[in-house]
Write a protein that binds this ligand. Structure first.
Ligand SMILES: Cc1ncc(C[n+]2csc(CCOP(=O)(O)OP(=O)(O)O)c2C)c(N)n1
Length: 534
């Protein structure tokens, strides 16, 4: 088989196809987004879910029915999917369920840099961690096999550099044979009432102990001898940190982990004792260092500074040299900004002129926080704008409360804003509230993905349905609903916001204007291949 130059995301998609994954589902999020898009382009059945929780639940059902499934998300998506994740570890699966979760150390495009390895341990779900595209391919296949063999979901931890760097990949010859889907009733295994969940928890711990034995034996882990004597310096590492160590300290011998949960602690402790100095080099939290020290292995943990941001060859050199002096600041990059013709601009211009307290959310429109607008006051996580805005309205003095608005993008509203709107209808603050959906008819932030409100599927073809936000608000009991084009009618938009604030009722304003980038792409697609323009 000839090799190809692929990104880690492309390699996971290719392996998913070769593993005969019957369904790929997920929610966009940098750096994971292209996995599902590539899987779809390779002919796989790929679909965007409204959010990560739904994606995982759909996948879980498919895996109960003996299907092979892939779920993709970024690290913060795992928070959203955590509820089904923890109990999926108890129920197990009959088919294969692989969750590709991509961490973003350094926060290139995220609101935090949480480390998904913690989830593997907390939920009791095994985790594989590739270092390059070949491993992304190989471990995706291995994760599918492991999932089927142990009847468990498996996490595949990707990180930004692994997702987006290109390295050669030699695909495996024949695809893995897939068992036929079918459902066999097994109530105590699948229905987690306390009476069945208590034994299920014990079974999970037994399964994890067998997985730990597997990890101790697995030849996916590798000890790589350095150019040195093999005694002076040993490094325990995983993922992309391996690449940096190989370049920063070629003399070191390296224990390169493939499975970061459960860890092969006996082998690792043995390795640590076989060298004079052993250091854990990892991107993210001191997860390996803590686990090894708890197991009494003589391992050095890097100073706190190295848990922040991505590693690099020079940072690993500093880390291994034990340097504690402040690191040189990174080169300043070009700051992000809203596109010149972005409809969000007019919305933030108006909110700024009115002097609103803006409870914001995540998307392109978060850039409304930057000059010249500086029109966003809070932004925590996807969907938080409505709840946080309501919270402020509940406690602020009247004159301040009356200035609070929540702004939320269309994809974000579908993802996790709907429940906030339900709370607004159910627990209205004394001064009412105003929610603005910034409907640019696409998930622009992550690269123009579709969602249930665009009327188009993942492949941009027409979807079976399209959400009507205005009708949804009505159905929830919110009657003051407006639709306005903020680009065409800027003054009208501003006056509308002022009126809604003054009314002290519950108002929804849908600021609808398609993202110009998406309009251009759809026009191009229509011209190139006759794809429907909608
Ligand atoms: C839980 C979670 N999942 C995914 C993401 C990645 N993400 C950030 S904003 C966003 C959606 C943005 O789309 P939209 O709300 O329509 O706003 P736009 O960028 O189009 O203005 C996504 C998918 C995230 N930050 N958190």
């Amino acid at each position: 088989m000839s090799s190809r130059l692929l990104t880690g995301n492309e390699a996971v998609a290719l392996a998913a196809r070769d593993a005969m994954i019957a369904l790929g589902t997920g929610y966009p999020g940098t750096p994971s987004t292209e996995i599902l898009e590539n899987f779809g382009a390779l002919g796989g059945r790929a679909q965007w879910a409204p959010n990560e929780k739904v994606a995982l639940e759909v996948a879980l059902g498919a895996a109960y029915a003996c299907g092979r499934v892939l779920v993709t998300m970024k690290h913060v998506g795992v928070n959203v999917a955590a509820d089904p994740l923890f109990t999926a570890a108890y129920t197990g699966v009959t088919g294969a369920l692989v969750i590709a979760a991509a961490d973003d150390p350094g926060m290139h495009s995220s609101q935090n840099e949480q480390d998904t390895r913690r989830y593997a341990e907390a939920a009791g779900v095994p985790m594989l961690e590739p270092a390059d595209s070949q491993e992304a391919y190989d471990y995706m296949l291995a994760a599918t096999e492991l999932s089927e063999r142990f009847g468990t979901p498996v996490l595949l931890r990707m990180t930004t550099r692994v997702c987006h760097s290109k390295t050669p990949v030699t695909p495996r010859g024949a695809p893995l044979p897939a068992p036929p889907p079918g459902y066999e009733r097994d109530i105590p295994r699948r229905v987690m009432i306390p009476a069945y969940a208590r034994p299920a928890h014990r079974k999970l711990r037994e399964k994890l102990s067998r997985l730990a034995d597997w990890s101790e034996e697995s030849d996916l882990h590798r000890v790589i001898p350095g150019t040195g004597d093999g005694k002076a310096l040993g490094v325990i590492t995983s993922g992309v940190a391996t690449m940096h160590v190989a370049e920063a300290a070629p003399e070191a011998s390296m224990f390169k982990l493939a499975m970061t949960y459960p860890l092969p602690l006996k082998r690792l402790a043995e390795f640590a004792r076989s060298v004079e100095r052993c250091v854990a080099v990892e991107e993210g939290d001191p997860y390996l260092a803590n686990a090894l020290r708890a197991a009494d292995a003589p391992v050095e943990a890097p100073i706190e500074e190295f848990r922040f941001g991505e590693l690099s060859v020079s940072r690993v050199q500093r880390l291994l040299a034990g340097e504690t002096a402040p690191e040189p600041p990174p080169e300043p990059g070009k700051p992000p900004r809203l596109c010149p013709n972005c409809p969000h601009r007019n919305v933030f211009g108006a909110l700024s002129r009115i002097g609103c307290i803006v409870s914001g959310d995540i998307g392109c429109y978060t850039l409304g926080v930057l000059p010249p607008f500086e029109a966003m006051d809070t932004c925590a996580c996807m969907g938080a704008s409505i709840g946080a805005g309501l919270g402020m309205r509940h406690v602020l003095p009247r004159q301040q409360a009356k200035r609070v608005v929540s702004v939320i993008g269309d994809s974000t509203f579908v993802h996790s804003g709907v429940t906030g709107l339900i709370d607004m209808a159910y627990n209205p603050p004394p001064t009412g509230h105003v929610v603005i959906i910034l409907d640019n008819e696409v998930t622009a932030m992550t690269g123009l993905q579709e969602h249930p409100g665009t009327g188009r599927r993942l492949d941009h073809g027409p979807a079976a349905n399209k959400i009507n936000y205005e009708a949804l608000a009505w159905a929830l009991g919110i009657q003051d609903v407006h639709t306005v084009d903020p680009l065409e009618n800027e003054a009208g938009f501003e006056q509308l916001v002022r009126d809604c604030l003054e009314n002290e009722g519950l108002s929804l304003i849908v600021a609808r204007r398609p993202c110009p980038l998406s309009v251009n792409r759809l026009a191009r697609m229509a011209a190139e291949c006759g794809a429907p323009e909608s």
